[in-house]
Design a protein around this ligand. Structure first.
Ligand SMILES: C[S@@+](CC[C@H](N)C(=O)[O-])C[C@H]1O[C@@H](n2cnc3c(N)ncnc32)[C@H](O)[C@@H]1O
Length: 192
């Protein structure tokens, strides 16, 4: 299966698919943290990617101007928010048969539509809370793989640092693995 992980610098989801034998590439404005050759650095809409090449895209667009947690700043960021909405919407419309777009609880639930699913890290082996919305095209909802007891919002308690937003935004390993196992392994059973 050919998988494009849009807006990923960490390589977490890319590597989860690679481990299961898929051809996976990540793409981000930033370089890949693991320096993988299977990373395309640049604006996803300016790299000239052949959309029809891919079987699946998983996209993690920036949430800074969309997340409900930042609502108090919205009135000063109207232009940035408009651009963020447009970018999110463009990702939902690319010509790839299976698409998952993820974001935290955000204004996209009203600007676009309600998400198909809201998942939590504690459903996938991490004792933490961080509601993550998934908008799905031709993909089944993710089935929790390992429900654990911990319910700490640990990620919000990271000390201030230049890298804080990066650390907060990295996809959880357990969620990446579930995506690869459930959307990759069984993809022949999925539509279309
Ligand atoms: C919320 S972070 C997602 C991080 C991801 N979960 C990971 O584990 O690496 C959003 C990412 O979108 C990237 N991004 C923003 N605009 C982009 C664009 N036009 N093309 C490609 N990537 C973009 C940012 O550089 C940022 O790394």
């Amino acid at each position: 299966m050919r998988v494009l992980i849009a807006c990923e610098f960490s390589g977490v989801v890319r590597r989860a698919f690679e481990k299961l034998g898929h051809e996976a590439y990540s793409c981000d404005l930033l370089p890949a943290e693991d320096k993988s050759v299977r990373h395309l650095q640049g604006d996803i809409f300016k790299l000239g990617l052949p959309w029809t090449y891919w079987d699946l895209m998983i996209a993690n667009p920036p949430c800074t101007h969309l997340a409900v947690s930042g609502a108090r700043w919205f009135k000063d960021k109207e232009e940035e928010q408009k651009e963020a909405i447009e970018f999110f919407m463009k990702l939902t419309k690319v010509n790839i048969p299976r698409i998952a777009v993820e974001n935290p609880i955000s204004i996209m639930s009203t600007k676009y539509r309600k998400p198909d699913q809201i998942i939590q890290p504690w459903q996938f082996g991490h004792g933490e809370t961080k509601a993550t919305c998934l908008w799905l095209k031709n993909l089944p909802k993710l089935i929790p793989t390992n429900v654990v007891e911990g319910r700490e919002p640990r990620v919000h308690m990271l000390p201030p640092s230049a890298d804080r937003w990066k650390l907060r935004s990295i996809t959880y390993q357990g969620i990446a693995q579930a995506m690869a196992e459930q959307w990759g392994e069984n993809f022949t059973k999925l539509k279309p």
